[in-house]
Design a protein around this ligand. Sequence first.
Ligand SMILES: CC(C)(COP(=O)(O)OP(=O)(O)OC[C@H]1O[C@@H](n2cnc3c(N)ncnc32)[C@H](O)[C@@H]1OP(=O)(O)O)[C@@H](O)C(=O)NCCC(=O)NCCS
Length: 163
Amino acid sequence: MSPTLTITDIHSKKRNEALEILAQISRVEKKTFPTNEAFGFGEDLWRKKPNTRVLYATQTEGARSDLIAYAVYVRQKGVALLHKVCVSPSHRRQGVGQQLMSYIQQRLRKEGCQSIQLWVDQAREPARALYLRCGFEEREQIPDYYAPGRTGIRMVLDLERDG
Ligand SMILES: CC(C)(COP(=O)(O)OP(=O)(O)OC[C@H]1O[C@@H](n2cnc3c(N)ncnc32)[C@H](O)[C@@H]1OP(=O)(O)O)[C@@H](O)C(=O)NCCC(=O)NCCS
């Protein structure tokens, strides 16, 4: 059974709490992505970028509340660019990624967004499988997009069609 998640927008938090959560996200990010692809989860992200949304998921057990996943997207008029989705390694394959994606899709649809676009490394099979399962379509492949030998795939989800 999928765990019950609480999904929160970092912008709903006060500065100190937001910075503590960003530091936790940063630790997972550094473990998951190569240095040149790791996103900078610093104070700037919280303070200065009004179109950027950072969402994070926590799971509560007793008094403990652990960060187990996060996502980052940027709104550009009717399109949302999904930059990042990540589930902490010990919580993968339990439906967390799918729940986070559903939340993002519902929220963007409600806000009037027409489509979600993303780039994914061809070698990231779990991520590609998740996106396909969520209804994304592969639209374009660019060889050496991330680095020599690493193909990037552009995927799009039409929120109006799937609504
Ligand atoms: C991609 C990622 C977010 C998936 O999160 P998750 O919580 O494990 O995914 P879910 O359990 O919700 O899986 C949903 C569906 O995605 C697909 N999927 C997820 N992981 C998979 C894997 N390892 N192999 C094949 N399919 C997979 C399956 O279709 C799965 O449905 P199923 O379990 O009923 O078969 C997670 O593996 C991750 O954080 N990877 C590292 C970061 C990353 O690559 N992010 C994407 C680029 S920014």
